[in-house]
Design a protein around this ligand. Structure first.
Ligand code: SF4
Ligand code: SF4
Length: 297
């Protein structure tokens, strides 16, 4: 079941998406009607089998999105349509050496890759994916971290007298937190290769949505766009991972039981449950996290 209602940002009440598009109950719309229609269209996904992105999310989250009637705040969905807009812009500039936006499927799942072909270098066979993301996620994906480096001076007074002075320096050889992106791209690679298209390399083009803010500079994000190479993961591992998740989802759908909790990575160590999961209201754990946050506030 896709989202059927909007949480109206003006009244905080829920309204059926169709009713909202017909008539604004708040008197004046929160955004242009075509933008709202675009948000509504982006929510209306009818796929007979779960997609690659649905399987990468927590099984409980995907189950609840497929089985419950839920409401989303249209303001929170705008980043999703920014992503679609970027796809459309690029789509009009591809050429005969590129493929874009093709949906491929196998017996486990289906997925639509963004770009394939000569997109980075002539004669390459690159599989590319666009992401619009935050400076925080980008910093993590690029493996940036700070270290203390001695300046060669010592404190001359105070509690630290005699101790060496340090300054912070950035390093870029940390762990690159791109597992979900890597699984997604590797699955698209497998689907392409099953159709006879050789994939030479995989690259994410990540656009930073808060690039102009000071917080981005504080995270060492200095450009609006980064190309992030993605390593190959063995076909066997990726297929096993995805088929296990597909099996768990199917079992829960068939027997109509709530799957076990999304794991800590899938629920962003509870941040998603507290603020970003559209179905948190239908999830006992999501309700608990939200309640605890309210009590703590
Ligand atoms: S257009 Fe916006 S403000 Fe009006 S009812 Fe719909 S969600 Fe609420
Ligand atoms: S609230 Fe948290 S645990 Fe529940 S479905 Fe959403 S992400 Fe998963």
């Amino acid at each position: 079941m896709p989202a059927t209602q909007f949480v109206c940002p003006k009244t905080n009440g829920n309204i059926k998406i169709g009713d909202c598009l017909q008539h604004c109950m708040a008197g004046q719309r929160c955004m242009f009607l075509p933008t709202l229609r675009s948000v509504a269209a982006s929510l209306d996904r009818k796929l007979d089998k779960p997609s690659v992105t649905e399987l990468i999310s927590g099984t409980r989250e995907t189950f609840l999105k497929k089985t419950t009637d839920y409401a989303v705040d249209p303001m929170q969905q705008l980043y999703a349509i920014h992503g679609s807009a970027v796809h459309t812009l690029n789509e009009n500039h591809t050429d005969g050496n590129m493929l874009s936006e093709e949906r491929l499927a196998d017996n486990i799942t289906s997925g639509k890759f963004d770009l394939y072909g000569e997109i980075v270098d002539i004669n390459d066979k690159t599989l590319g994916d666009y992401k619009i993301t935050s400076s925080f996620k980008l910093m993590k994906a690029l493996g940036y971290y700070k270290v203390d480096v001695p300046t060669g001076e010592v404190y001359k007074t105070g509690l630290k007298k005699g101790q060496p002075k340090t300054r912070k320096e950035w390093r870029d050889d940390g762990v690159k937190h791109v597992l979900e992106w890597a699984i997604q791209l590797n699955y698209y690679r497998i689907l392409l290769e099953q159709c006879g298209f050789k994939v030479g390399n995989m690259v994410i083009q990540a656009m930073c949505r808060d690039y102009s803010l000071r917080i981005a500079a504080e995270r060492n994000i200095k450009k609006p766009v980064y190309l992030i190479p993605i390593n190959r993961i063995s076909d066997r591992w990726v297929k096993l991972y995805m088929s296990t998740k597909a099996k768990k989802l199917k079992e829960a759908m068939d027997k109509k039981f709530l799957p076990q909790l999304c794991n800590a990575r899938e629920r962003w160590h509870d941040r998603k449950c507290a603020e970003y999961c559209d179905v948190a209201g239908s999830c006992p754990y999501g309700r608990l996290v939200k309640r605890n946050r309210e009590v703590a506030a």
